[in-house]
Design a protein around this ligand. Sequence first.
Ligand code: ZN
Ligand code: ZN
Length: 278
Amino acid sequence: METVNKLLSIDLNYIFIGMIVLFYSLEQILSTQFKFNKRPQHLGHNLLFQVAFYVCNIFYATVTVFSIAWLNKNQIGLFYLIQVPVWVKLIIGVAMFDMVSYWFHRIAHRVPVLWRFHRVHHSDTSMDASTFFRGHPIESLLWFGTSNILAAGIFGLDLMSLGLYFLIATPFFFLEHANLKFPTWVDKTVGLIFTTPNVHKVHHEQDQYYTDSNYSDIFILWDRIFGTFKYKPPEQIKFGLKEFENDKKQTFWYLMKSPFIRMGRVTSEDLKKENKFS
Ligand SMILES: [Zn+2]
Ligand SMILES: [Zn+2]
């Protein structure tokens, strides 16, 4: 428990900085999977999202801590009905935060008003590790923040499990978006249980048939169990959304206001028709 406590005392922001420096360098040095134009500008726009997230999170982190502490104080949730060792509670806790987040993510693809915010994450036409930062702060904090509070309320999870969940999920987030080549045997082994980079990239494919799949952050098991797992070889993937295929629509300011701009979602059918005539 001592080690877990020590790990949890590390500020996540330092991990974010360390990870982006590491992956940005690796993507510069190693052979990458996709061709890239204007990397520094791309990084700049995505980093602005992280700054916006950081500023808004000062408020939302307080709300989350306060809400979960209140739920725990009133002993709300399944874990208060049964006696289990702390380590079991921690492992199951991480899995349950991940499962509730899976459902919130899936709903964000289905409900139009939520998709308006979530499509910001999918808008990136040239993906690298910094794409993880690209998420509208209203969605990242309000929607996914609610997901964590709800998971804590249903299962009786505490802040320690939430800290551990973030600690485990963060390296996944960077790896899943990194513009690096990953062999397909990883998908056939580790990928039976965990979300691998190639599998998350299918989620960023332009064609809605694939966009609406592989919602899990850590455990791909949720997609396998709930029937949303799909696969496409990484070399065939085209990133982004047709609606955002324009340099002017890839800037921080445009993307920040984009949830308030009406634009129809391009379906798989629309895409097929468009490709036929072009
Ligand atoms: Zn998504
Ligand atoms: Zn993603």
